[in-house]
Design a protein around this ligand. Sequence first.
Ligand code: 5GP
Length: 185
Amino acid sequence: MARVYVITGPSGVGKGTLIKLLLERIPELELSVSATTRPPRPGEQDGKSYHFLTPQQFARAAAAGDFVEHAEYSGRRYGTLRSELEKRTADGHPVVLEIELQGARQVAAALPDAIRIFIAPPSLEALRTRLIGRGTDPPEQIERRLAVAEQELAAAGEFSRVVVNDDLDRAIDELEACVRATLDG
Ligand code: 5GP
């Protein structure tokens, strides 16, 4: 089976940007499209950014065992569809899962060979500044996400690989090196 990479880190840490750059630098990598019950943000496309499901659809898929992992985050459900992962790994493509902590723990149990990487902010304050600056979430969601971020940061030690996103150019170099070092088994 092709490699599975789990990339975890608090909301606003810059995972999305790092992963976009990572996929440009290592084109054989494919990003698994998650399912979620959260509403699309402006510009997000169904089937591309996420598979946007109703809570009922999500619950049915979970009951049918369609998810490799799933979790609740900030009041919404998120999950990795088995079909997303399998269609890619079956073609021999290494796959990246961009998921939160509870999901990363489930993948560690289900797929012990997956490489798990934690992206950390230089500080919690830096994270707050980024979340506010990004402007994609209302203020009460930002506070909720920061509370979750604090718990997630405390778990960074569970990951054998931690990349601090203090400087984008440096962090992407480190992330790329980390992935390349493990691509071929
Ligand atoms: P956002 O709403 O900002 O797109 O994502 C919120 C959080 O959910 C992020 O930490 C993101 O990594 C995580 N997430 C996205 N997709 C999945 C998934 O399939 N499973 C899990 N467990 N978390 C996910």
